[in-house]
Design a protein around this ligand. Structure first.
Ligand code: ATP
Ligand code: MG
Length: 216
């Protein structure tokens, strides 16, 4: 019992417009490699840094639910949908911290998201609430020009992943893993062009998209 409670809770936020196998493999691989208690997928109601998604948050949430049905280790967390206004990650982590004061929390970010982190609302508070797990993504590399994130990384990076369990927040771990070069943008473009995105996302999700003619 106690052992399970030392495991970090992974948090994967995103627009999930729509969810795809890149998101899902990322979540499952981190769950297994870093021995996480679970990975919570947290769809954004209103992403602060981009225009409002074409598909409603309720529908995007529904697609996430369908995608993870029956999968061990993955869960969906709808707290951003229950909040008004922009979905700031700092509010989401604060709320999780209140719910789990004693647990290790770990925010999962693709490298693309990590590079822009300094633009997020109250971004320096994020690391006081949770660890950050960064995963490589094709075409995204931390350059020497990005001094802010270089310094941030230098300050918090750990070389032993056990620290993710012994500490509850404050550490950055970079996980090197092969990525699927899939993006939601690519899937939306394929559907809009009348082509077939099958095998890029779960069949059950695509079925739902087709029934409701989303992204067409
Ligand atoms: P869009 O093309 O609309 O930006 P996306 O595919 O990038 O969509 P998001 O919802 O923006 O998906 O991403 C949520 C999180 O998942 C981010 O941290 C992002 O880095 C990560 N992610 C998205 N696609 C992949 C992938 N193929 N492999 C690994 N991580 C991914
Ligand atoms: Mg993206």
């Amino acid at each position: 019992m106690r052992e399970k409670n030392d495991k970090p809770i992974g948090i994967l936020g995103g627009t999930f417009n729509p969810i795809h196998h890149g998101h899902l493999r990322l979540a499952i691989e981190l769950y297994e490699r870093l021995d996480l208690a679970e990975v919570r997928l947290v769809p954004a109601k209103q992403p602060p840094h981009r225009e409002q998604p074409s598909v409603s948050s309720e529908f995007r949430l529904e697609l996430v639910k369908i995608a993870i049905m029956g999968v061990n280790g993955l869960s969906v967390d709808d707290r951003e949908l229950r909040r008004e206004g922009p979905s700031y990650m700092v509010d989401t982590l604060s709320s999780l911290r209140q719910e789990f004061p004693q647990r290790s929390l770990a925010l999962i970010l693709g490298m693309d998201a990590f590079l822009d982190l300094y633009q997020w609302h109250e971004w320096e508070r994020l690391i006081t609430l949770a660890h950050i797990l960064v995963v490589n993504r094709p075409n995204s590399q931390l350059s020497d020009q990005n001094k802010t994130m270089q310094n941030f990384l230098k300050q918090h990076r750990i070389s032993d992943k056990k620290d993710l369990q012994s500490e509850k927040f404050g550490k950055i771990w970079i996980e090197k893993m092969p990525m699927l070069t899939i993006s939601s943008t690519q899937i939306r473009n394929i559907i809009a062009a009348g082509k077939n995105p099958t095998y890029l996302l779960p069949a059950t999700v695509l079925e739902k998209i087709n029934i409701y003619k989303l992204y067409h």
